[in-house]
Design a protein around this ligand. Sequence first.
Ligand SMILES: C[S@@+](CC[C@H](N)C(=O)[O-])C[C@H]1O[C@@H](n2cnc3c(N)ncnc32)[C@H](O)[C@@H]1O
Length: 422
Amino acid sequence: MPQAGLPARRAAVFLLDQVLGEGRLLSEAIGGGALERLDPADRATAQRLATETLRGLERIDRILQKHLQKYPPITVRNALRIGAYELCIGGAAHGVVNSFVEIVSRSKRHGSMKGLVNAVLRKVAANGAEVYPTLRTPRLPKWLRGPLVEAYSPEIVAAIEEAHFAGAPLDLTAKSDQGALQRATEGALLPTGSVRLKEAGQVSMLPGFKKGTWWVQDAAAAIPVQVLAPKEGEAVLELCAAPGGKTMQIAASGAKVRAVDTSESRMARVAENLKRTKLEADLVVGDALAEEGQWDAILLDAPCSATGTIRRHPDLPHAKDGSDFFDLFNLQAQMLDHAVHLLKPGGRLVYCTCSLLPDEGEAQVEELLERHEGLRVDAEALDIEGIDPAWRSEEGGLRLRPDYWSDQGGMDGFYIVCIRKD
Ligand SMILES: C[S@@+](CC[C@H](N)C(=O)[O-])C[C@H]1O[C@@H](n2cnc3c(N)ncnc32)[C@H](O)[C@@H]1O
């Protein structure tokens, strides 16, 4: 792992301030320009340091706690956290300690605390790397752990936490030829057809990137379109499409896709992705709830808590507290009602969320069926290659969890269901 420089470390401290102090997601802070002034290598390092520190935060705080009589101001605490993380994974003590002393000493408000930073990080340097791996796997914060234990069990939540701590490999979806992609990248072909790379490096340097023969997409995220099974020439409506992984899958099947999303900037990414992969879709920046018409096939990948993606986004449980989730649950119900209204008789709707919360999955479907007559869950739509029967949920959907495929690197948490209008 390359040694981080001062600008990257300073930016990583800023990112941690944003997540732990301001409750912002890393993606929001970075999208807001937090790393704009850095060169690409420093940008990647700052992001990696912030992400991995947040992933191991409980362990890091335990180690720091022993050397602190009271907590310093948040920026100093975050400098200590990132310094401690680097030391705990074997960073060279001299360079790490000096960098964070320098960062704090340059701060007008906290410059006087450079002695504390020096003393604490030297103590962490002495044995942090030995202690770090012996501490318990970091747990989710209570606001999320509680509902998950209730929905699953303490043992399953512990396994999910293991998967979060292990992080995520890079999964690719082939535009057409999975076997060729697997051979070209020397990755592993997963049972559901995605290709998994353990050591990815820079994505744009992977074979086939420029030709657009694949795109990055978690293996679980690639399943909803397989459940929808779009046919060549079929017209498909995709609601909430950006950044477009599923749009590309639908377009690659030969179906005609109208992809709708409210976010102009995220839709620009869909357009870029389609250009690189030489695929076509009708892109609409607009509200899913304003869509009209009658469709045989609809995919609704609704906005959700994203609690299924914590392996990739360990900032999420620290930035959020669940207080805005009720608005999402209501929006999902509204979107489901609208989507079934847009379905032709005999048509199918695949609903999915990258969430672990049953409120955004199983419960939404049960309530939808209570609100509308003439709908049924099509469990047969889940008869696709690589699906483990144990993943099927009672009401006929698929419940995917990060601890599945644990020996192969896990998967994102997802809920997927196919609804038919009779
Ligand atoms: C889970 S993401 C979609 C991921 C995407 N389907 C993919 O596979 O790449 C949810 C998306 O819903 C969009 N969104 C939120 N509210 C919306 C609305 N009222 N109408 C349309 N899109 C909306 C967000 O901009 C976001 O891009």
